[in-house]
Design a protein around this ligand. Structure first.
Ligand code: CAA
Length: 384
């Protein structure tokens, strides 16, 4: 067992930390306030290789391991979780899905530019379309349907809560093709956003990650060539579950970053702020909060890194990614609430960042499977 990060890992963490401070911190409050997508920052993340971190360089990626991805996600999320969710969806749901299960033609056409985050100098990112108005936790309850017309499918339906909904160029869409077959009657399709029949709904006015681009997307008689189906007929639900098992490592790392960002701000504030004649960090009530924050964050970090390591070793990581996500997201919620408490009145205003981190933390307990769903996945694994 070796807990040391390699020189390369430390350099990647440094690069991400530097990027977050230099590119994401300026304007983060304004983007949150006005729900503005960080277009410029995401373009630059692509130039840095962070939009295709784990993709094979043969398909435009950086060819790094999942441990590197967790380190980078933590650093970006400390500063701007709206940017990091965009990065997470592109890397671990869209790119991973295409690399693991796409055909050579699909990889050349879609994965290459997605891994670079750009095509012909313009933003080029992906979105993952599983959730529907009545299919959230129950992923099998798909109403969006795709009818097989021989060489193409016709897609109809509506998807909800889609991260990168309006800024993505490529959608990975799960749809029902044979309701009688249950989860085996679902397929996954690569659909270009500018296909006729697609309507992007208005942007959701959210509590947190307000800079991220969340929309509903509707499909009306959208024609999708059969060559854009992913995998064999009926593979779509298994595809989505596999992608989400890895996606949960990304969201766990996002939650970890939100927590450690709030902790670092609290530590600095507690050292400077004086009450009753001394820095509040010297009062045991505050010190114990900082200690518990640091301890829980370290435990969350270990779970994230272990799950990433298991993925890199090609071990089964579906249980550990759920453990990492449920623990890190609950840690993020707890730590950010304490961070606001330590900051007192200052914590309740935007300039001090912790109120935003507290709002951002909440979604990590909900998307890519709620805490309840993670417990269900873990429960099935330990009781089987
Ligand atoms: N890998 C491969 N296959 C898997 C799998 C995995 N990790 N998990 C399940 N499957 C397979 C099962 O083996 C089963 O196949 P067989 O019938 O051949 O055995 C099939 O999928 C159905 O599985 P279950 O019987 O377990 O299905 P279920 O309905 O009982 O439960 C669930 C599944 C775990 C609850 C699942 O629906 C789930 O994870 N729900 C949460 C959905 C979710 O995470 N949504 C997030 C939306 S995406 C998002 O948020 C992205 C974003 O924009 C940020």
């Amino acid at each position: 067992m070796d807990f040391m990060l390699s020189e390369e890992h430390r350099m990647i963490r440094e690069a991400a930390r530097d990027f977050a401070k230099r590119e994401c911190l300026p304007g983060v409050i304004d983007r949150d306030e006005h729900q503005r997508f960080a277009h410029e920052q995401v373009m630059k993340l692509g130039e840095l290789g962070f939009m295709g971190m784990m993709t094979d360089p043969a398909y435009g990626g950086a060819g790094l391991d999942t441990v590197s991805y967790v380190l980078a996600m933590e650093e970006i999320s400390k500063v701007d979780a709206s940017v990091s969710v965009c990065m997470s969806v592109n890397n671990s749901l869209v790119n991973w899905g295409l690399e693991a299960h796409g055909t050579e033609e699909q990889k050349r056409r879609f994965l290459e530019p997605l891994s670079r985050g750009q095509k012909n100098g313009a933003l080029y990112i992906g979105a993952f379309l599983l959730s529907e108005p009545e299919a959230g936790s129950d992923g099998t309850a798909q109403r969006t349907n795709a009818v097989d017309m021989g060489d193409h499918y016709i897609l109809n339906g509506i998807k909800n809560w889609i991260t990168n909904g309006s800024s993505a160029s490529v959608y990975l869409v799960m749809a029902q093709t044979d309701p009688a077959k249950g989860s085996h009657g679902i397929n996954a399709f690569i659909v270009e956003k500018d296909s006729p029949g697609i309507t992007v709904g208005t942007k959701e006015n959210k509590m947190g990650i307000r800079g991220s681009d969340t929309h509903s997307i509707s499909f009306q008689d959208v024609c999708v060539p059969k060559s854009q189906r992913i995998g064999a007929d009926g593979f779509g639900f298994s595809f989505a579950m596999q992608a989400l098992a890895g996606g949960r490592i990304g969201i766990a790392a996002q939650a970890l970053g939100i927590a450690s960002g709030a902790y670092e701000l609290s530590l600095a504030y507690a050292r400077e702020r004086k009450a009753f004649g001394r820095p509040i960090s010297e009062h045991q009530a505050i010190q114990f909060k900082l200690v518990d924050m640091a301890t829980r964050i370290e435990a969350a970090r270990m779970l994230c890194l272990k799950s990433a390591w298991e993925k890199d070793q090609q071990l089964d990581y579906a249980t550990s990614s759920s453990m990492a996500k449920v623990f890190a997201s609950e840690t993020a919620m707890w730590v950010t609430t304490e961070a606001v408490q330590i900051h007192g009145g200052y914590g309740y205003v935007k300039e001090y960042h912790v109120e935003r981190l507290m709002r951002d933390a909440k979604i990590t307990q909900i998307y890519e499977g709620t805490s309840e769903i993670q417990r269900l996945v873990i429960g099935r694994s330990i009781l089987k």
